[in-house]
Design a protein around this ligand. Structure first.
Ligand code: SAH
Ligand code: SF4
Length: 434
C-alpha cells in the first residue's frame, strides 16, 4: 500500500519512481557479495577516518545517469557522445529544465527536443532514481524510505510533514565513521560516501512521491531540507556541495539556501568552506559542555575540542541574528542533562557571542543503546535555564519513532541483523545455489 498526498492509500500502485520491493534473488545477492568485498571500507577504531571517496559506479548497461551532473556536466556528456558544442549547450539547458523542473524521467516526454533525437538520448543516457527497497509511514505521518544504490548499498531518507512545512532529512553517507555513542547510524559496519546524484536523487524521489512536479515556488509540501540523515556531510564535502547546488538551482528544484540546513558533528577545518561555498544554514551537534562528556559521546571531540568548535561557529560565514546557528543537544539521562550543564551551555554560547538557538532532542532509543532519555521534568528544567539565559531552547518532538525514523535511529535493516544471522543467511543462500 502506498500513501498518497491526501493520506489515503492505493493498494498495488506505486507512485512514479517508486519500484516495488526488490526480491533478494541470486543475482542481487551475488552483486552484494562482490560489493562487500571490493568497495566499502570497514569502520576502523580510529576517531577521524575519512571514508575513501569512490567514483560513481558505472551502470551495467553502460548508460550515463544524468542525475547529479551539473549543467556543464550534462553539456560535456552530450558533447562527448558526439553532439556539436552549440547543440550540446542548448540540449543541456532543455534537459536540465525537464529533469529538475518537470521531474521527467523519460526522454520521450521532452516535447521541445526533436522526436528523432529521443532514441539517441535513451541509448546513451538515463534519468535515474534510487531503488526503493521499502517505504514506511509512521502513525504521525512521517515517512521513511530504504533506498538501494546500483552497487547494493542501502541508505535511508525521511520526510517529516508539519502544519507549516515539510522537511526532508537527507543522508550523505552509507553509515558513518564517527561512532557517536548515542547514534545507531554510527554503529554501521560499512561506510561509503553517497554521490551527488544519490543525494539529489533522494530529493527527486520525495518530489515524485509527493506529486510535486512541475517545480513551483508556492504550495509545496517539501519545503525544507536537512542534511541530518545517515552520515557526516562534511566528510563528503564535494558531493554534498555538488548535490545541494543542484537542489538550490533556480531553474530546477529551486529550494532556497535559507531552507536548507547542514548538520555537522564538528568537523572544524571544513566548516568555513561549507559557509562560503554552499551557504546553507548550519547546525552543530554539540551535545555536551565538558571535554570529558563530549569526548565520550562524540569521539570526534578528541580531535576538535569544544572551544575550537565554538570559535569555528563564531567565524561561520553568513551567521547572524536573522540566520542563527542551531546547536543540537541530545538529552541523555544523568550524562549531560544537569542544571549545571545548562548554565555552562549558556556561558559558552555567550562567551563566543554566537547567534544561537538550541534544539533539545530527547534521546531516541535503539536496541542495545548505552543511554536512556532524560525525564521530561529534567528536559523542561534544562530548557528553562537556557531560555532564561536569553537563548531559545525548544524541545524537539520525536517524529517517526515507531518506524525507527527519528534522529539517530537510522540504520538499515541488513545492518540491524547480527553478524551470526548474516552468516547463516549467506550459508543458506550458497546451499540454495548449489
Ligand atoms: N552526522 C551529522 C548529521 C546526522 S545526525 C551530525 O551528527 O550532526 C543528525 C542529528 O541526530 C545529530 O544532531 C545527532 O547527534 C542526532 N542524533 C543521533 N543519534 C540520536 C539519538 N539516538 N537520539 C536523538 N538524536 C540523535
Ligand atoms: Fe555520525 Fe552524526 Fe551519528 Fe555521530 S551523530 S555517528 S556524526 S551520523
Amino acid at each position: 500500500m502506498w500513501p498518497s498526498r491526501d493520506g489515503t492509500t492505493h493498494p498495488g500502485t506505486a507512485p512514479r519512481g517508486i519500484t516495488p520491493l526488490e526480491k533478494p534473488g541470486i543475482f542481487a545477492y551475488m552483486r552484494r557479495m562482490q560489493t562487500v568485498s571490493a568497495a566499502p571500507m570497514p569502520i576502523p577504531g580510529h576517531i577521524d577516518p575519512v571514508p575513501v571517496p569512490r567514483a560513481p559506479a558505472a551502470r551495467e548497461d553502460g548508460r550515463t545517469d544524468l542525475i547529479g551532473l551539473s549543467r556543464d556536466g550534462i553539456r560535456e556528456a552530450l558533447a562527448a557522445a558526439g553532439l556539436e558544442p552549440k547543440q550540446a549547450k542548448l540540449r543541456a539547458k532543455q534537459l536540465w529544465h525537464w529533469i529538475y523542473n518537470r521531474g521527467a524521467t523519460d526522454f520521450s516526454a521532452m516535447t521541445d527536443i526533436a522526436k528523432a533525437q529521443h532514441p539517441w538520448l535513451a541509448e546513451r543516457f538515463v534519468i535515474g532514481r534510487p531503488d526503493v527497497v521499502e517505504a514506511q509511514v509512521s502513525n504521525d505521518g512521517t515517512r521513511k524510505w530504504l533506498l538501494r544504490s546500483p552497487d547494493g548499498q542501502d541508505y535511508e531518507m525521511v520526510f517529516i510533514p508539519d502544519a507549516d512545512r515539510g522537511t526532508l532529512c537527507v543522508s550523505s553517507q552509507v553509515g558513518c565513521t564517527l561512532n557517536c555513542r548515542f547514534c545507531h547510524t554510527g554503529t554501521m559496519r560499512l561506510v561509503r560516501n553517497l554521490t551527488a546524484g544519490e543525494i539529489v536523487g533522494q530529493v527527486m524521489l520525495a518530489r515524485d512521491s509527493l506529486g510535486e512536479w512541475p517545480s513551483q515556488p508556492e504550495g509545496r509540501l517539501l519545503t525544507n531540507i536537512v542534511m541530518m540523515g545517515m552520515g557526516e556531510p562534511l566528510y563528503n564535502f564535494d558531493e554534498v556541495k555538488a548535490g545541494l547546488q543542484i537542489v538550490m538551482d533556480g531553474d530546477g528544484l529551486a529550494l532556497s539556501k535559507r531552507r536548507i540546513t547542514l548538520s555537522t558533528s564538528g568537523v572544524v577545518p571544513i566548516m568555513a568552506r561549507a559557509g562560503e561555498e554552499i551557504g546553507v544554514n548550519l547546525a552543530v551537534s554539540l551535545h555536551a559542555v565538558t571535554k570529558e562528556v563530549r569526548d565520550e559521546i562524540v569521539p570526534l571531540n578528541k580531535k576538535y575540542g569544544i572551544e575550537e568548535l565554538l570559535q569555528a561557529c563564531a567565524d561561520y560565514p553568513g551567521a547572524n541574528n536573522a540566520r542563527r546557528i542551531t546547536f543540537e543537544y541530545v538529552m541523555l539521562k544523568d550524562k549531560n542533562d544537569s542544571d549545571a550543564d545548562a548554565h555552562e551551555l549558556v556561558r559558552l554560547l555567550r562567551k563566543y557571542k554566537l547567534p544561537a538557538k538550541v534544539n533539545l532532542i530527547p534521546f531516541n532509543p535503539w536496541p542495545g543503546a548505552p543511554y536512556e532519555c532524560s525525564t521530561p521534568e529534567r528536559i523542561r528544567s534544562f530548557s528553562n535555564i537556557v531560555f532564561e539565559g536569553g537563548i531559545s531552547a525548544p524541545v524537539r518532538t520525536p517524529r517517526g519513532r515507531d518506524i525507527d525514523a527519528a534522529c539517530g535511529q537510522l540504520k538499515t535493516a541488513s545492518e540491524k541483523k547480527s553478524r551470526a544471522q548474516l552468516d547463516r543467511e549467506a550459508e543458506e543462500k550458497f546451499a540454495a545455489l548449489g
